[in-house]
Write a protein that binds this ligand. Sequence first.
Ligand code: ZN
Length: 176
Amino acid sequence: MIYNGKFKVTSPFGRRVLNGQPGDHKGIDVVGLGDKHVCAVVSGTVAASTMILDKSDRTWEWGNYVRVDGVDGRRYYYCHLSKRLVKAGQQVKVGDHLGIEGNTGYSFGSHCHFEVRENGVSINPAPFLGIPNKAGTYGTDWRAEVQKKFGLSKDTMTYLDKYKYAADLYMKLGKA
Ligand SMILES: [Zn+2]
């Protein structure tokens, strides 16, 4: 999953109207509802981890972005990050943290624009997230899963929430 926990699709792939202008949305926009780390959905090599500042290059719109060249030959783009956590040349596995969601580049609110290209053509990225290409809330509420699984009280959960790696802990315990 692109997020550790629940996330929302705010703008699907395909035709859309943005700020009154009709256009073709080449990716899918997702927003993490809990943990804001953006994770690799396919293993591969980081081909770019950068931010283009020269506005004559339209790539500036992506802000801080990470491109992963997948083991499947496709290219994966994770854009508008507030922070990048990987470097070009690095190998990444599914689930590895690539960066933190943000609002850099041509963006109106914190989200991640996720795009998949096959032979240079943008394809529907939703199947790579294991979700349908439509607005909605997806992912697992690991915190709720863990609370139920171990019968933890509200106070215990509040205590655990303060732990820096709470989101990671919930996912590990939830999956275990
Ligand atoms: Zn987008």
